[in-house]
Write a protein of this length. Structure first.
Length: 394
């Protein structure tokens, strides 16, 4: 099937059995029912109609004095912006709704710890030219925009996102492309932001086309949360651009099963039929997904969407997000609950992106019980022990 043959949600029945479709509820329009389908399904309308104030929030949740006060205290520090689609996923009355926690300002964002950092991953330090972080020898992070459909409250790059003074201008993008072109050791480019899909298809086509003309570039990755917050963005014109510049790998960012709707399944299916592969990067967030059962459901549903669970990130030491951070043991417990209890395909890597630019460090349960010169004693997921004998040294 070609992606252009998927025109409505009903077409998913040509691909998936009913019992799988039933695991992905249709989000619909909710309080935005007065919008006609053409408008609702327009990603540019969704961007323009983002909820940015209390009046907008009142359409989707019951306002309280606490919500109002938190909004007024936090909004000037880090603006709120939520697409109507994503806002419609919020529970109207539950303050602990995982979608609300990720989208609505809370007073805890004003707490800045001594250990919090403006640029926790030292992305600015490792920029040989503006907009390109070159830390690992063979790959770079390439920032092409600082805009996003939704300004996630847990965002590592709060210092840039929603700040118009940090926007990557055309000249900056061209300088970045020239740097990548002039460094033959670079083979892998991760396109990031903000959200790269905030740019229009013509601009994305230009950037991907320039990269594909560079002989030493083998891998191109696009990091986007649009499948979660704005699945309407995955239109046929964008998919045609993807097809032109293969191989392309898409990194998505689902954090909770409630974000997985029939609409997101539709968008993921179209990407899969365009030929791109998909992997997911989840951030471990207190109160959102710091529960083994929630994370297992998330990983299982990702595989149903043909998205490989790739990373679980420990929440970074950025300013204003300390209330989302969990103990390291929480992440280890989650990996323990997955390894051996479900297929390896559903087990992501749990990593800490080391503060100060140390890169991704994998964290896992300890499975080596004892290590001697001639053998290693191991334990499995059921904590049963086994001995593996090592080859004799010459």
């Amino acid at each position: 099937m070609h992606f252009s043959e998927l025109t409505t949600l009903d077409d998913l029945a040509k691909i998936y059995p009913q019992h799988i479709l039933e695991r992905f509820p249709i989000a619909g329009k909710g309080p935005f029912n007065d919008m006609d389908d053409q408008q609702w399904n327009s990603w540019t309308w969704q961007q323009k109609a983002r909820l940015t104030n209390l009046e907008g929030l009142a359409k989707v949740i019951d306002l309280t004095d606490e919500i109002t006060n938190d909004f007024n205290d936090c909004d000037q520090l880090f603006n709120m912006a939520i697409t109507p689609y994503y806002a419609n996923l919020m529970d109207r009355s539950d303050p602990n709704c995982p979608i609300r926690l990720q989208g609505i300002p809370k007073k805890e964002e004003l707490t800045v710890l001594d250990t919090d950092m403006e640029d926790p991953l030292a992305e600015e330090r490792d920029m040989p030219v503006p907009g390109v972080t070159h830390r690992y020898p063979d790959r770079v992070l390439f920032y092409i925009t600082h805009n996003c459909p939704v300004y996630c409250r847990h965002c590592t790059r709060k210092r840039k996102v929603a700040d118009p003074t940090t926007t990557a201008a055309s000249k900056q993008i061209d300088v970045g492309l020239e740097y990548i072109s002039s460094n033959p050791q670079i083979r892998d480019v991760i396109i990031s932001g903000g959200d790269p899909l905030s740019l229009n298809n013509k601009r994305l086509d230009y950037i991907l086309g320039r990269l594909r003309q560079i002989p030493h570039i083998e891998v191109i990755r696009l990091g986007t949360r649009n499948l979660v917050t704005l699945p309407q963005r995955i239109d046929d014109e964008f998919l045609t651009v993807l097809q032109k510049h293969q191989p392309i790998h898409i990194n998505t960012h689902f954090n909770h099963p409630k974000e997985m709707t029939r609409e997101t399944l539709f968008a993921a299916s179209k990407i899969a039929h365009s030929g791109a592969t998909m992997g997911n990067q989840t951030v471990l967030l207190k109160g959102v997904n710091d529960d083994p059962a929630v994370m297992k459901e998330l990983c299982h549903k990702l595989l149903l969407m043909r998205i490989r669970p790739y990373y679980i990130f420990q929440c970074d030491q950025s300013k204003g997000i300390s209330h989302f951070r969990t103990p390291i043991q929480t992440g280890i417990k989650i990996i323990e609950s997955l390894r051996g209890h479900t297929s390896g395909l559903a087990v992501p890597h749990y990593v800490i992106d080391a503060p100060g630019g140390g890169g991704k460090i994998p964290i896992s349960p300890e499975y080596i019980v004892d290590e001697q010169e001639d053998k290693v004693v191991l334990r499995n997921f059921q904590r049963e022990q086994y001995t593996y004998y090592l080859p004799k040294k010459d």
